[in-house]
Design a protein around this ligand. Structure first.
Ligand SMILES: [Mn+2]
Length: 422
């Protein structure tokens, strides 16, 4: 092609200034406000407690000691952000033996929150050394099933409709286990658990490629979780933990496929750089979370109705102040959800149909780079919330007061340094 011919076929893109291109229209503002109205995200009780790595724990004065502290901290987050009404609980870490569910509900209510997803613990007891639902010993599989059934019943008692299952099951060496037999044990146990669900309860099946098992994890990816959920029954869905993928995996495509199959039950949000790092959402790759939200908004626009998805946080705030880290996460989630709501899906479909790939991609990029802070502030003001929840938390003195009180209580209870790696 001659230079002259090239010049004729070239069409310059519209040359509006960037600031104008990035300014949301009134239709976009409405779409964002509407999206924010329906967005809720669940905080994990364990995000407020002292956690660490396998090498040890560093303690914080203001970290929650017991369930009351955790619910109080979650209450502080919800008071400031207005979108975290429920708290995920870990049965073994949060419930004292014989603790009455009604008391726990009352406690949550006192702090302005509700009990959310119930997370059974199928990895900490000694008998789970070689697995829970995949354990070669029938009595261990039965004990694991009993614990899951108790968790399902606990969910019914505290009026929570989500039971969230993550299995540490797997084998560390080739030849150690019969991979197909373990699959069958999983199917049997999941079916048995599903039979105990009440109407309205959902069983979430989470997957993770490796860790703690380093050879073969029993539910290692979304396809395996999908098959397991299908085998369990109609009330079982897949849970996508954003940190539970190999680095190059296209998570938003997994999300799109699960949505299309009506098998997406929920998310555990976090970010990572290397593996399952449990870092703050969006701290490493906010565009990843934006793309996930884009798929959900696109699906909603197409179907005219938002899918029922449980948005949850699963992070360990090992060295950040816990409540600050949680508020930061929630604000980031809202911001990315809002940005993704800027995309005009009808227009995008036209561009896709005309194979205008650069323009289609630009729609996503522009939405991602648009500053939605003024819209978020407007939404917060309309809902009687502080414009900047993190600044408001810092001003409140909550952390300092909790630190002083909990430090003294820890001393009185004789709670010393946390457990180490060995
Ligand atoms: Mn998780």
């Amino acid at each position: 092609m001659s230079v002259r011919a090239y010049a004729i076929t070239f069409r310059a893109p519209p040359s509006r200034p960037i600031s104008q291109r990035m300014k949301p229209s009134s239709t976009q503002v409405r779409a964002v406000l509407q999206a924010l109205d329906t967005f809720e995200i669940e905080v994990p009780s364990w995000g407020f407690a002292d956690t660490g790595t396998r090498f040890g724990k560093y303690l914080q004065d203001a970290a929650a000691i017991d369930l009351n502290d955790k619910l109080a901290d979650a209450g502080q987050v919800h008071r400031l952000t207005g979108c975290c009404p429920t708290v995920a609980v870990h049965v073994l870490w949060d419930f004292q033996p014989g603790q009455k569910p009604a008391e726990v509900m009352k406690l949550a209510k006192k702090h302005g929150v509700r009990i959310g997803s119930i997370n059974p613990n199928l990895f900490q007891d000694q008998h789970y050394k070689y697995g829970s639902f995949g354990n070669p010993r029938a009595e261990v599989r039965e004990a694991a099933l009993r614990h899951v059934v108790e968790s399902i019943e606990l969910g019914q008692q505290v009026r929570s409709d989500l039971v969230s299952l993550w299995f540490a099951d797997g084998t560390n060496y080739p030849g150690q286990g019969n991979l197909r037999e373990r699959k069958h044990w999983f199917e049997q146990c999941l079916k048995a658990a599903h039979r105990k669900l009440a109407r309205g309860q959902t069983l979430l099946v989470e997957y993770k490629p490796f860790e703690p098992a380093f050879y073969a994890t029993d539910i290692a990816d979304w396809g395996m979780a999908y098959l397991m959920a299908k085998a369990a029954g109609p009330q079982a869905k897949v849970l996508v933990d954003t940190g539970h993928h190999y680095v190059a995996q296209n998570i938003e495509q997994i999300v799109a496929w699960l949505l299309d199959e009506d098998m997406l039950g929920g998310f555990h949000f976090n970010d990572r750089r290397y593996a399952d790092d449990d870092l703050t959402l969006g701290s490493i790759d906010p565009y990843q979370i934006f793309r996930i939200f884009h798929e959900i908004h696109a699906y909603t626009a197409e179907r005219g109705k938002a899918p029922k998805i449980a948005y949850m946080i699963d992070q360990s705030h090992n060295d950040k102040p816990k409540i600050e880290a949680t508020i930061q996460t929630v604000m980031m989630a809202q911001e990315l959800y809002a940005k993704a709501a800027l995309v005009d899906h009808a227009k995008l479909a036209v561009l896709q149909g005309r194979e205008r790939q650069v323009d289609a991609e630009e729609m996503l990029r522009r939405a991602f780079f648009t500053d939605v802070t003024p819209i978020l502030q407007r939404w917060r003001k309309a809902n009687g919330l502080p414009a900047d929840p993190l600044a408001e938390h810092r001003k409140s003195g909550y952390e300092k007061a909790a630190g002083a009180e909990r430090k003294a209580r820890r001393k009185a209870l004789g709670l010393g340094a946390g457990g180490g790696y060995a």
